[in-house]
Design a protein around this ligand. Sequence first.
Ligand code: HEM
Length: 237
Amino acid sequence: MCWPPRSRSPAVSRLPTSNERAVRKRILSTVLCWLAVVLILRVLGTILSSYPDYFPPDFDSLFLQGREATFTGVYRVAFYLHIVSGPVVLLNGLVLLSEHVRRTCRGVHRWLGRVQATAVLVVLLPSGAMMAKHSFGGWGGGFSFLLLSVATAGCTVLGIANAVRGRYASHRRWMLRSYVLICSAVALRLISGAASAVGVEDPETAYIVAAWVSWLVPLSIFEILSSLTRRASEETT
Ligand code: HEM
């Protein structure tokens, strides 16, 4: 018999090493990333499922109801450009954020990056801004969409400028912000879905609130998380 008695499982009682903590953090962030990807794809599927209402336009459908007068000319062109470019940008952004693709196929990342920049800056945002003036939420919602377009354009332009100058850490941060803002389309559908599930009385006000919350809250969460991550990595170095 030995004294003092040894613990039966020393691995259970000791504190995790910094290496183990880093591995755990990595596993947690990978799981969260995959959950976000699944959520984005699931909501995109729901958005696409209403496309038969738009080809040809069905004015009894949820989005087009009561829009006969405004669904003409430039608005009509902007609408179709928007609903075609939206899913492309959402999916392309997922591929661009993949570290695996960036490391193994640099050429593909660069090429898809050019597609993303063009689709976002030339098609998605101008068409979204154009549609904002006839938003369901009136000026309350429309102003939110306009500001969202300007913010997304700003982040995308800064992301491109940093890539051109070879500042890849900043490039990544600005492009992540741009994608978080693009994902407002997903957040808006989730919030609107939740609002109608609980049976809100005033759908127009709920939509205006959802329009603002769908990008301001995810952007704030992104900023808080990235400053916490930066501080933690500064402390360990
Ligand atoms: C920052 C980016 C975006 C902005 C500023 C924006 C802006 C807008 C605006 C103003 C409307 C009309 C809303 C209304 O009349 O109340 C709209 C509708 C729409 N947007 Fe976007 N959008 C963006 C991103 C996306 C993305 C990524 C998708 C991808 C699926 C998308 C898909 C749609 C669709 C399908 C509609 C028609 C309504 C519906 O079927 O739900 N948008 N968007």
